[in-house]
Design a protein around this ligand. Structure first.
Ligand code: SF4
Length: 195
């Protein structure tokens, strides 16, 4: 397990990362159940190329990769803020780490939510994606139980209740093949200092 923290925009951000084989991660997938939750409860359902029902299964998306470097970023929520203030910010910070990390380790990232590359996804206008090479999916949109992954792989709890939250967590990953653990740690350390 890699555990580190860094400062950005006067915020103290914590990061936990761990390598997990995709053979193990696929046991956390219940595609119909979790995409069904999106259908029943998410206002963004079917409004993007990257949201259910348009997202692939985790097992299909990651079929060319043996491992995932699973990453959680989390930071405290001040008393005058809510999780809705912090979550979009932390997602941007996570994406800013995942994009160069994907390149560095020749991998394939899963982001912390739906694609926000464009202000408005062309899916709703029935037009092709503007940047098909940039499309990445989140683990939850591909049917993975994020809560359980976070607890089991990173020993960290995601708390979603706005009233109980004292911190906000975002989760992503980069899929890869062969790479020594010490190299991953070095790459992560250098990237968090440059994002
Ligand atoms: S790149 Fe743009 S058009 Fe393509 S999925 Fe993302 S938001 Fe939608």
């Amino acid at each position: 397990m890699i555990s580190l923290n860094f400062n950005k925009d006067n915020n103290k951000i914590n990061l936990k990362a761990n390598v997990c084989s995709n053979d193990i991660l696929k046991n956390y997938m219940d595609f119909d159940y979790f995409t069904g939750l999106c259908k029943d409860g998410c206002p963004h359902y079917n409004l993007s190329y990257t949201c259910p029902p348009n997202s692939p299964k985790f097992t299909d998306y990651t079929k060319d990769y043996d491992y995932s470097l699973v990453i959680a970023m989390y930071m405290e929520i001040d008393k005058d803020q809510t999780i809705n203030d912090i979550h979009p910010y932390l997602r941007r910070v996570l994406s800013n780490l995942l994009i160069p990390l994907e390149k560095e380790i020749n991998g394939l990232l899963t982001d912390g939510g739906r694609c926000r590359y464009c202000e408005s996804c062309t899916y709703i206008d029935n037009l092709p994606c503007r940047y098909p090479d940039k499309i990445r999916f989140s683990m939850e949109a591909m049917g993975i139980d994020l809560d359980k992954v976070c607890k089991d792989i990173l020993n960290h709890s995601i708390v979603w209740d706005n009233n109980k939250n004292s911190y906000c967590t975002v989760l992503g990953s980069v899929n890869f093949n062969d790479l020594p653990d010490d190299k991953i740690e070095k790459i992560l350390l250098s990237l968090v200092n440059s994002i």
